[in-house]
Write a new protein. Sequence first.
Length: 422
Amino acid sequence: MNEDHHVNQIEKTEKRLCSNKKSNQMKPPRASRRQLLKVAASAAAGIMFPCLNLRAQQAKERLIVILSMDGLDPRYLEKSDVPNLRRLMKEGIFLTVKGVMPSVTNVNNASIVTASFPQSHGITSNYYYDPKTGNEYYMESSDFVLKPTLFEKAQKKGYRTAFLTAKEKLLRLLNKGTDIGISAQNPPAEWIARIGKKESMYSAEVNYWLFRAFHWTLRNSDSNLIYVATTDYMMHTYAPEDEPSQIHLHTLDEMIGRAVNEYPHMELYMTADHGMNAKTEAIDLNKVFKTANMDALAVPIIKDRHVVHHKNMGGASYIYLKRKEQLDETLSLLKALKGVDKAYTKEEAVKQFHLHQERIGDIFVLGDIHVAFGFLKEEREEISIRSHGSLFEAEVPLLAYGTKHKISDFKYNLDIGRRLEL
């Protein structure tokens, strides 16, 4: 057998085993022993091709989907008509786990996507204040992320990755290693042509658009690690028992059920970044400090560009002291303040919540279940919003379907990333 014929046979084998074409009906074929022996012989002869290796083959045989349901407090599932999810809960694993503190979107999605705590990945807030320069930033750039993403790890093992999010800020923050990356907030023209017109961020329809994009990705791409992150406008606006919320979750349940039915070999993981509670009282901590002659700055952790969602009022703040000698006095003031649940020094917060020491304030303060911190006209005001950020929004649901994991494998929402073995 001459060398040209040998090379031709290897190229045919490579083409057959490493084709990027996807069938909705069949899984990619396993390499036979004979084919693997051909690969080994070819490698020994110096004839190498990049995609034919066991890791890539294993990656092709898996379809991993992670659904990060923004603001999906466990009570929404309890109160809603979600028959498909209830079936998956029964057939798979379902439990309530801890989210990462502070209980806001950026922190928790970064934790899931990097399979680590803020102490390692560096995302400690939606909004960042640099006390050394006095500059303030929305924490939305991937430059802030200190750990590799699941997408980056998966690509090295032969996976094709897709990150589909409602919020543009998450795409900018966590897009490293994505083969497909889109936001429903700002979809490219070709995705509008595929899925339909752009929907308002302040609607249920934006999440429906996102799930249609998810369906399209399943059917028309070779992506086999897909991360879908919704927006929580509906949870900020409606309680679990409200009819618009019921319709929203019932519709998403139908779309999830359709995907699982079409791809029964899917590994499906679903969790939330935070819960949600009604807030009836707001406190402006900066006005509190001014009244008490404290030289300190309170920065709301929830602060982002989606002001309609929560009016930049949430259950947690970082406090930056301009005079460090006022630490004990400021801490005592906060602990005695009506509406404050907990107040921690930086060192205590790092230890308790695995936060990054250089990216938090001198004090970490958390509100009671009905309290939000923000910028107000008065020191205290009555409000009527639904928001998050505190310990009272840190419990979230977790569903794992089509996996061999046990309930004991999951304690935090970020354990999804840890258990993927990427």
